[in-house]
Ligand binder design. Structure first.
Ligand code: SF4
Ligand code: FES
Length: 251
């Protein structure tokens, strides 16, 4: 009869191979630069690293003045949207191995909002549009118990509850780039979240706001917003549903 033999030898930690990635970052320091400039950095990375890790490495080991926003580092807070190889993405959700590392990786700030420094833009216009659509529950009645909602009613606006206000959609929209007044996809997504909420009584006000000349009718259905959204929200569809609600009223 054979007896199983336990192998007590210490396990050798797996070595994750490294490679050199070149990041070309669009820098801008308002105190010294008249115009943004491109600067390249070589960084030693692993396949499991993300663009955010590369930016941290550059900041901590090569140039402490590199400026960018980030907070959660896990795709929740929405603070690190940037253009990576010409596409809006979250730096913390973009694995370097998924990019073509035989070529430099271009990183720059999102477009359409005032550039403040390096990868940071002024988000005030974005949040002004968000606030303008009244993104909160409006209900005049005061029930003596919780406001009930069926699973079907809840599912009606489930997609648009996922927004993390990263601005990837709005800053990928060509109408937003050329027309500083357009509310932009993110504001409409957040209006959708309440317009289609069965408990809300403020949809008429929101639909009136979005029927304005800077509202939903500026959308040219280019789908850039849907492609850019890191949460997979069907942004263009949400805008189309709000357009239909403007024409026919809340369904
Ligand atoms: S809809 Fe998507 S891309 Fe737009 S702000 Fe929300 S999470 Fe970001
Ligand atoms: S750092 Fe929070 S979403 Fe990327």
């Amino acid at each position: 009869m054979s007896t199983a033999v336990l192998d007590n030898s210490p396990s050798v930690p797996e070595v994750i191979p490294t490679f050199t990635a070149t990041l070309i970052i669009r820098r801008f320091d308002p105190e010294v630069d008249d115009e943004p400039r491109w600067q390249d950095f070589d960084v030693e990375m692993r396949g499991t690293d993300r663009i955010l890790d590369a930016l941290h490495k550059i900041k901590w080991e090569q140039d402490g003045s590199l400026t960018f926003r980030r907070s959660c580092a896990h795709g929740v807070c929405g603070s690190d949207a940037m253009r990576i190889n010409g596409r809006n993405r979250l730096a913390c959700k973009t694995l370097i191995k998924d990019l073509d590392i035989s070529k430099p990786i271009y990183v720059e700030a999102i477009k359409g909002l005032p550039l403040e420094k390096d990868l940071i833009v002024n988000m005030d216009p974005f949040f002004e549009s968000f606030k303008a659509v009244q993104p909160f529950l409006i209900a005049s009645s005061k029930p003596d118990k919780e406001r009930l909602q069926s699973p079907v009613e809840r599912a009606r606006f489930d997609d648009t509850t996922k927004c993390i206000l990263c601005a990837a959609c709005t800053s990928s929209c060509p109408v937003f780039w050329t027309d500083g007044q357009y509310f932009g996809p993110a504001a409409i997504v957040n209006a959708h979240r309440f317009i289609f909420d069965s408990r809300d009584e403020g949809s008429e006000v929101r639909l009136d706001i979005l029927n304005d000349q800077e509202g939903v009718w500026r959308c040219r259905t280019t789908f850039n917003c849907t492609e850019a959204c890191p949460r997979g929200i069907q942004v263009t569809q949400a805008i189309a549903e709000v357009k239909a609600a403007v024409l026919r009223g809340k369904p």
